[in-house]
Design a protein around this ligand. Sequence first.
Ligand SMILES: [Zn+2]
Length: 234
Amino acid sequence: MSVLKLQSIELEIAQLDDADASSPSKLDNSSGDNKDTTTRPTTANITLRHVHVNAIADYYNIPQLKELANTKIQHILGTSWSADGFPNVVKDVFSLTGDLALHNIITLTAAEHIEELVKLEDFVELDVMGDFAIGIVRTAITAFKDIDEKSTQKLQAVQSQLQQTESLLKFVEARCAAAERKSDNIDDCLDSLRKIRTCRNVNCGAEFRGYIELGGHLSDPSYILRCSKCQCKH
Ligand SMILES: [Zn+2]
């Protein structure tokens, strides 16, 4: 790190207002349509200040200050995420500080928002990215989307099969119930045939001999016991 850069960073630290920096509600990530007379710091600007603090702490080997800066960076990126200016943060983190913990924080944040970031020219053109890395990232995103789409299709196919199976089950249950009714109906007829001695029609008076008549619909038949002589229903 050059002495000039170090001096400019130290100047930034001197101007750093922590109260502003750690308050997400005061951040302004709008693209400039908001015509406020005071220019509020963006997420990237505030993050950069803490990155520079980390760089100084790394240079002078002050672990506690590095950790403090990292905590603030994580908080800002977690609560006030904006891709706007993030490529500059990546650039400074990987060129100004050797703190692997901060490298890791930035890598994880980039991974979390990678679909949004690969659409940004500033991000794609970063030296740390390179054509090879960007190629891998884009291929991985496409592969992930492909797997996601196939999984959705499989899920829909399984749901459709489930619906068909449920319909089939209802049909079979209905057929079983009909078969049970049919069996009970025949049992009743046979039971009556065994018990009845004389026809209930007083004008018939014959010793009862009956037959079973098929009635109802073919899909849901019913059986009626009738007298063989006068055909009256029993
Ligand atoms: Zn009869």
